[in-house]
Write a protein that binds this ligand. Structure first.
Ligand code: NAP
Length: 291
């Protein structure tokens, strides 16, 4: 018997298995392409001959595969072996996929925990590697000591969909940031300014802008977006035209910046000229258009 079975040894699964081994856990591994387990064997991992053998090896099964369809494809043949075990699925997916997987795994007697990894493989095992979990609290508590080998664990609640909801929402913030950085580098780069020269300014500007986000949270929670406004939507929508025009003049694509402009204009049309940008959150919630 092992402590943990890791199913899927891509870049992330390999990092997970290594982190468990580094903490002294007995680890059984399985991957479609067996060659990927060789380096882990040197570090003490046991290779299972089949997925079912991997599942039967341990009370805790950690799967990290490409997409949920892959998880089904891989785990389905071993579903009867899941009974009584805790199945932690760290594959990226949607809240709906996680809830459906929870129903499926629970039907076969597993304690299903969904997870979202907020880290890249080299970070795994370090304290900055955050993993989000949701599912039955008792099962999480029973294994949190082992799961902490991956870095920092955060339990979000019983609903299996919570971990992927937080995961994709954090990714939404990240991609929004990246989109802005791409535009900034395209604009400055088109003017011959080296990215290395501009980046420190951009980084400190983004850090300064983060300071206003706690106020946004208060405003979104209270629904009041008009107190102590220092950069109202009306002013910002007029200034934003310059960002679009300057991009066009520099022959830089506007594909990343136009959707934001469209939302800001919708905010003005909805009478939010004097409000903070946080008032646009409700406009994105299509079921909330009356507000
Ligand atoms: N890498 C990151 O930075 C990162 C960060 C956070 C979350 N994640 C998430 O972690 C998960 C794994 O990512 P990764 O970076 O490890 O991906 P990866 O390196 O591409 O590995 C994919 C894994 O899925 C397996 N796989 C794919 N199709 C399969 C199939 N039809 N049947 C059986 N196995 C199959 C691969 O097996 P083979 O080795 O046989 O191809 C491999 O084990 C993804 O959901 C990803 O979104 C990744």
């Amino acid at each position: 018997m092992s402590d943990i079975a890791v199913i899927g040894l891509g870049a992330m699964g390999t990092a997970l298995a290594e982190a468990f081994l580094n903490k002294g856990h007995a680890v059984t591994v399985w991957n479609r392409s067996p060659a990927k387990s060789e380096a882990l064997v040197v570090k003490g991992a046991i290779v299972a001959a089949s997925v079912e053998e991997a599942v039967r090896s341990s009370p805790l099964i950690v799967a990290c595969l490409l997409v949920y369809d892959t998880v089904h494809e891989v785990i389905d043949p071993a579903r009867e072996a899941l009974s009584g075990r805790t199945f932690v699925n760290l594959t990226n997916g949607t809240p709906e996929q996680a809830r459906a997987m929870s129903v499926w795994a629970t039907k076969y007697g597993a304690h299903y925990i969904d997870g979202g990894i907020m880290a890249v493989p080299p970070m795994i095992g370090g304290q900055h590697a955050l993993t989000l979990y949701s599912g039955p609290r008792q099962a999480f508590d029973a294994h949190s000591g082992r799961l902490d080998a991956l870095g920092t664990s955060r339990y979000l609640g019983e609903d299996a969909g919570l971990a992927p909801l937080y995961d994709i929402s954090l990714l939404a913030g990240m991609y929004g940031l990246f989109a802005g950085v791409l535009q900034a580098l395209a604009l400055t780069g088109a003017a011959g300014i080296p990215a290395g020269e501009f980046m420190p300014l951009l980084m400190s500007w983004l850090q300064a802008m983060q300071g206003g986000l706690p106020k946004w949270a208060e405003q979104v929670d209270s629904g009041v977006h008009t107190s102590n406004v220092v950069s109202n939507l009306g002013m910002q929508v007029d200034a934003y035209v310059n960002l679009v025009d300057a991009s066009r003049a520099a022959e830089v694509s506007t594909e990343l910046v136009l959707p934001m402009q469209s939302l800001m204009k919708r905010g003005v049309a909805a009478g939010r000229t004097d409000a903070d940008l946080s008032s646009l959150v409700a406009l994105l919630q299509l079921s909330n258009q009356g507000n």
